[in-house]
Design a protein around this ligand. Structure first.
Ligand SMILES: Cc1cc2nc3c(=O)[nH]c(=O)nc-3n(C[C@H](O)[C@H](O)[C@H](O)COP(=O)(O)OP(=O)(O)OC[C@H]3O[C@@H](n4cnc5c(N)ncnc54)[C@H](O)[C@@H]3O)c2cc1C
Length: 355
């Protein structure tokens, strides 16, 4: 089959790779360069997503944990297992027993993982692992493992696998509109025809449908997430609660520096995707709340931001959000949402729908 994939993020590239390996003739259309949008602005985690346990999304967590392990095995030079410390304070919104249940469940859902199981830590053990953490009302904590990746380089590696499998990647070629009969029109006005079109334009998938006069079945809520990279090295990866909030944030080692993120700010799709001063303050404040060696804006070497497409049903936008969803219109299949970690699982599902 001749297949057009719109979007050169990780979901588009993984889908193109899978389809080309099963014999399809695949062309990827990317309006900018591949791996330059959301997929290169992630928290760099290959993870099941501990917080999804709170909303009962066990199947999603199980799938993501398997995919985490698969990425670690597939690309060992661009990924690594990452031990993460979860300190628990008297003021923590989640009590020790609840976190202990969560950790057990996470281990259980990970099945026969090569990564070590989680462990409960005493207050002293937490301090030994992260000596600059404030200890005032520290009770103890947990240590668990997930994966870390270089998202952009790993995605470029997937792009290379695509090319080797025969995929044609057209960069700086924007698609203006798509049609259920397999025709698409480039932004230049050039018409092209395919047996199948996959709209995998990430946060822009809904817009491509509406620009094409097709009613989207799902709504994408656009939520910006920003990160800071600060100069100091990170003594241990941390998962922490934002003070006074149930939100969590990460403090992670990143190329000899420390990565802090992320935020959640609703924004219009066409607003600039950049870390605001308020988000910078929010992240610095959250970090300093827990650390005895405070950091300031002067320590920041880089900031970056991406937009999460949160999927809601168009019929009932208040319904629980989903990780990803598909919409079929004749020869056009659109993907709404989809995590980095689960991009190959999503590609497998797409392949099954097409073949
Ligand atoms: C702050 C943040 C942190 C995250 N952290 C993690 C994490 O740690 N782990 C994890 O698993 N997931 C994480 N995610 C989620 C993950 O990054 C995204 O779900 C994933 O990268 C989405 O990939 P995508 O290919 O669907 O979209 P994108 O990477 O956005 O790719 C879509 C592409 O489509 C192109 N495009 C759009 N319209 C057109 C058009 N008309 N014609 C041609 N091309 C077009 C765009 O230029 C873009 O390159 C995070 C997300 C955010 C925002």
């Amino acid at each position: 089959m001749r297949i057009a994939v719109i979007g050169g993020g990780i979901n588009g590239l993984c889908s193109a790779w899978r389809l080309a390996k099963s014999g399809d003739d695949v062309t990827v259309f990317e309006r900018a360069r591949v791996m330059e949008a959301t997929s290169a602005a992630s928290s760099k985690m290959l993870h099941g997503g501990l917080r999804y346990l709170e909303t009962g999304q066990f199947l999603l967590v199980r799938e993501a944990l398997r995919e985490r392990d698969a990425w670690l095995a597939r690309a060992p030079r661009l990924t690594r297992p990452l031990p993460i410390l979860l300190p628990v304070y008297r003021s923590s919104r989640r009590p020790m027993w609840m976190l202990a249940v969560g950790m057990k469940l996470y281990d259980l859902l990970a099945g026969k993982s090569r990564l070590p199981k989680s462990e409960a830590l005493t207050r002293e053990q937490v301090v030994t692992l992260a000596p600059t953490l404030k200890t005032d009302d520290l009770l103890g904590g947990f240590r668990y493992h997930d994966g870390q990746m270089d998202d952009r380089r790993l995605g470029l590696w997937v792009a290379e696998q695509c090319r080797q499998a025969g995929v044609v990647i057209k960069e700086r070629v924007a698609v203006g509109s798509v049609s259920p009969d397999g025709r698409l029109t480039l932004a230049t006005g050039e018409p092209l025809a395919f047996d199948q079109i996959l709209n995998i334009a990430g946060p822009w998938a809904e817009k491509l449908l509406t620009d094409s006069g097709i009613e989207p079945r799902y709504r994408l809520d656009v939520v910006r997430g920003s990160h800071l990279v600060v100069a100091c090295p990170c003594e241990h990866a941390l998962l922490l609660e934002v003070p006074g909030d149930k939100r969590i944030f990460f403090v992670l080692p990143w190329k000899g520096r420390t990565l802090i993120g992320t935020t959640e700010v609703r924004q219009p799709l066409d607003a600039p995707i950049a870390c605001s001063d308020e988000e910078t303050d929010y992240l610095l404040k959250a970090y300093n709340h827990f650390h005895s060696r405070p950091i300031s804006a002067a320590d920041i070497v880089e900031t970056f931001a991406g937009i999460r497409p949160l999927v809601k049903s168009a019929g009932d936008p208040t319904r629980a959000r989903r990780d990803y969803a598909f919409q079929r219109n004749g020869k056009l299949l659109s993907v709404f949402g989809g995590k980095w970690t689960t991009s190959l699982a999503l590609a497998d599902k797409l392949k099954r729908r097409l073949h």
